[in-house]
Design a protein around this ligand. Sequence first.
Ligand SMILES: Nc1ncnc2c1ncn2[C@@H]1O[C@H](COP(=O)(O)OP(=O)(O)OP(=O)(O)O)[C@@H](O)[C@H]1O
Length: 734
Amino acid sequence: MSNYQQNLKEEKSYLENITAFIKEQLTLETEKLARRKSELIATRKDMWEDTSIDMNQYFSSEVDQPVSYASSLMQVQQYKKCLSSPYFGRFDFREEGYHHSEKIYLGLTTLIDPQTDAVYVYDWRAPICSIFYQYELGQATYTAPIGEIGGEVCLKRQYKIQASQLKYFFDSSIVIKDQILQEILSHNTSVKMKTIVETIQKEQDSIIRDIDNELLIVQGVAGSGKTSIALHRVAFLLYDGLRSTLQSNNLLILSPNELFTSYISDVLPELGEENVEQKTFGEIVTGALAERFQVEAREEQLEALIELQHERGGRLRRQSVGFKGSSIFKQLLDRLLWHYEHRLIPFGDVYYAGRVIENKHRLKSRLLNDKSGLPLAKRLQRLENSIWDKLHSLRSQRLAKIERIVQRSEGHDLEIKSFSRLLSIKETKTLRQYLQKFTKVDYWQVYTRLFNDPKLFFTLAQGLELPEGIEEIIAATEQSLQAGKIPFEDCAPLLYLKFKIEGSELFPDIKQVVIDEAQDYYPIQYEIFKLLFPEAKYTVLGDIQQTLEKKADVTLYEEIKTIFNKPKTTKLFLNKSYRSSYEINQFTKGLLDVPQDYLSFERYEEEPRVVYQETRHLLDQKIIRDIATCQDMGYQTVAIICKTFREAEEIYTRLGGQVGVRLLRREEGKVEKGVMIIPAYLAKGLEFDVVLVYGVNQENYTTEFDRKLLYISCTRAQHRLMLYYWGEKSHFLP
Ligand SMILES: Nc1ncnc2c1ncn2[C@@H]1O[C@H](COP(=O)(O)OP(=O)(O)OP(=O)(O)O)[C@@H](O)[C@H]1O
């Protein structure tokens, strides 16, 4: 028997044993589950029917039983999941000081024999499994809970197992054989993001498993796996085997929009973890401001910025957006807060029962000397409380005095005591209103003051670098704030002031925050994250080349470092792209203004095509034919990417009747098989088998902002990329 056949025999037999073990465990757990279910039902029934039941006992079983039921259910689900493919890799490791090597099989979840404690399969997140991702054959080390362990990797093997059958396996001498990656990446894209555990690359693994850093910044080119890494990292952090285990409610993912949230929603459950909370910045804004104000959505802002690029108003707005998001504006807001606290609070003397009980200067000095570190609103509340405390002892004297006055006066129908009490309540109410003129602070009034009073604005802004057209920006902001709908660029400053003034204990449990598409946030938004999650560790992933309206470079990451100010910080780069074919990557690289030093995973397909038609009508017809061809070729997700939502709607109206297309919207959309129309800014982070970029005419794609939109659109394609124009072709294209 050849070596291979001997290995095959052994591997088949190992798989059979594992499959038999899983089936056995599945039967046991299913029986346990059924028993736990009936116990749970019986306890609940007793509760209603048996009045003599001991309630303490009832409540303790009411807590324990659902927990054991849920854990059984989870076990059953895990066994079911790993039955079809229990592992995907193996390496043989001979630990230093030992003669024999141990076979380590890796899968999505640990398989352990409850009787013997033998580990048949290790969870890919187990410390020892890092060897599989990090090392070739030869010397290797990993960090176990007891410290560094060294040894030798004697074999590395990968498997394809489907429906409990071994399809093939091969030994790899290099880190992870590209063969499997080739196969995975040549498939059609899926409508939901997939896991990548089988083929995580060395540099990706280092990011996923990092537990040393409090701020981990990743700059990665389009398609380098940032989002995949972010989600696998979350699963890693949730892994039981880690010393500092986190619960799913300790993590938060900040995602760019709801469409993206839905796109990535399967990854964690597939990795056997509960989904963690995901929020968009827009949701944080709505949660904090929408009760009081109508707020503009980020997408509405982007539409306006793209549409009005060539108009003076549009240019001014872009200046305003950049300025209000900057660290300079944050400094201005800090100065405004200082000024408000030191100069603008309208303190007054407090009179009660005809005498001054607090003098305004003393009140102010008490506020300014309050070293509690509490936010302003809470310090003012403490001040007010202290005034009420002082009044408390004087209240009964005052009531007695009122009673004497009432007794002497005429013209009241009520009994003296009740009438006096009523007068006292009224007096207290008036006093409260008076006190609250200076003990209540409203972030909205503080913010609008900046724009209502340009003189104050310029006094506070002394020494700060202001944008061109600042007077117009001030006037336009004043107007738009009064108009009833708050522009998106004013939401972050308002939130900043609100949280600074009132405090921000909205997310007390969050210990790890993952920020995807990091390039799209402004420094002031990072300041808000810092206020919201002060104790958290951060993973920040972005791609400077995919920045939209703002001019961004890697200095953004330096700003993020300064803002979070974490002692343990690191910045890593990913420069290999996996999503698109080699040809598409070469094409998209050429769209950028600076030479890009990024590598493409070598998967060869058709060259992208730039297609000219004389008229829009002919272009529509051509697109319809191309869609049909792509679908005949078996591609399942086809996206027509446009510059704006308005353009997407127009095309949808024109093509909708002739070919089955869906218009993707931020709030309700989700990626599905078929043809979709979507604006570029919403397609961020997503991917499709085929991308058709609509209307790449010179007039449509001419500015730097347009260039970024074009770049984002093209980098969404996995297999085919086609760009269509009439008239003159955009100068960004070859
Ligand atoms: N190690 C890997 N094994 C298999 N597939 C991978 C790997 N890394 C990335 N991919 C695939 O590459 C594609 C791009 O990954 P992902 O969306 O995470 O990248 P990204 O850097 O967030 O991209 P972008 O910034 O362009 O949105 C996905 O289809 C993902 O499954």
